[in-house]
Write a protein that binds this ligand. Structure first.
Ligand code: DGJ
Length: 380
């Protein structure tokens, strides 16, 4: 009898030990370190975006394989109520097994962002899509919708934005000038005449008919509920900011170009005290580079370039990361988080995440400093 009581007590201790080991709560962010979900698996949600909805955070991101660069699973989603402990909610948008589908297994899906549409009550996902077997040549945006934040999302279509449309800030005279440009006249990139031609719309004009190229991207919903797609167009040389229709599933046709020829990737954006801030990266593949920052009091510009907001050691490499999204923690005045990926092309699945708080200097300009560890309570 005594022996069996001893056994039961011992078992209880073992169970308690196992529960505390495996259900350990994460109490801080550890930028650049391995981040596990509540089941102890490495979080696989790269190039991610965040949705806060009905008291819960949803982190959408690229489910990447251990080896290789193509999408074999789809877009994953995790949920959390504290931003630290994440539950794997599975595949939000799955690749298709159908041959020839735009999202056929082996395509490339990157940088998914999900926004909630108050009018349609649907969750809308936009993502960068490259068609199977075409490398990064297709440069399209994909649209998908779901009834619930966890999905499943249904793929609607992919396209190149704003076919047949000129930017809102292009005058009749600008259009006439762009129409005279011919790529054959500019065989050498990075020369002064080539730079001028890019600014004047050499590639913009080339892509008017089929729509603008759309690679690295983010989505922004303004206070009035209007949503915007911001993406790298013109062979990654120029950013586009394009207004979406009220259901978020199409373009109104109104768009502008930002920093033509500036080679910006990885756009991230937020609004604070009436000012819009855009933080981007340069264009060096999976290698980290120095971030750039732009400011405007209107989404329609003019956008003014300011110095890199990252400071301290390795600031010129964005702390070996590349941004993907900025969001504000609920119930904070200024609690903005910059989400980034530290890409490891040898095994993208295990690329660590770098999440850092955004500070503001005396003039209200964003400043991002490295922290080995920090907690959401620091956000005020
Ligand atoms: C940099 C982009 O930001 C990533 O999303 C990815 O497209 C890589 N380039 C591919 O080289």
């Amino acid at each position: 009898m005594k022996r069996s009581i001893f056994c039961v007590i011992a078992m209880c201790y073992v169970c308690l030990f196992l529960t505390t080991v495996f259900a350990q709560n994460q109490t801080a962010f550890f930028p650049g370190q391995r981040w596990e979900d509540v089941d102890g698996n490495t979080i696989n949600a790269h190039g991610g975006g965040m949705l806060f909805h009905k008291g819960r955070y949803y982190w959408y991101g690229e489910n990447r394989p251990e080896k290789g660069f193509t999408t074999e699973v789809g877009i994953g989603v995790y949920s959390s109520d504290d931003l630290l402990n994440w539950k794997d909610e599975g595949v939000a948008l799955a690749v298709s097994e159908e041959k020839g589908s735009p999202i056929e297994r082996g395509c490339i899906m990157e940088r998914p962002k999900v926004i909630y549409n108050e009018l349609t009550k649907k969750y809308v996902m936009l993502f960068h899509l490259e068609l199977k077997g075409q490398g990064y040549a297709a440069a399209r945006v994909g649209f998908a919708v779901a009834e619930q934040p966890e999905g499943p999302f249904t793929f609607i279509r992919s396209l190149r934005p704003n076919a047949g449309k000129w930017p809102a800030d292009f005058s009749e005279q600008d259009i006439r000038k762009a129409l005279t440009l011919d790529e054959a006249d500019y065989p050498d990139w990075w020369t002064q005449p080539w730079r001028k031609a890019i600014a004047d719309g050499l590639l913009l004009k080339r892509d008017i008919e089929g729509g603008q190229m759309s690679r690295d991207m983010t989505v922004f919903v303004d206070d009035d509920g209007k949503a915007y797609h911001i993406f790298s167009a013109e062979e990654n040389l120029t950013l586009n900011l394009a207004e979406l229709t009220s259901d978020y599933l199409d373009y109104t046709g109104k768009y502008i170009r930002i920093a033509p020829g500036g080679q910006n990737e990885a756009p991230t954006i937020f609004k604070r005290q009436g000012v819009y801030w855009l933080i981007t990266s340069g264009c060096t593949g999976w290698e980290p580079n120095e971030a750039r920052m732009f400011r405007s009091t209107s989404l329609w510009g003019p956008w003014e370039q300011l110095p890199n907001p990252f400071v301290g050691e390795n600031a010129n490499k964005t702390f070996f990361s590349q941004g993907t999204y900025i969001f504000k923690k609920e119930n904070t005045e200024d609690g903005y988080i910059f989400m980034a990926d530290r890409w490891m092309p040898a095994s993208l699945k295990y690329s660590p995440y770098v999440w850092l708080p955004i500070d503001f200097d005396g003039e209200g300009c964003p400043v991002i400093k490295w922290r080995d560890q920090w907690s959401p309570e620091e956000l005020k």
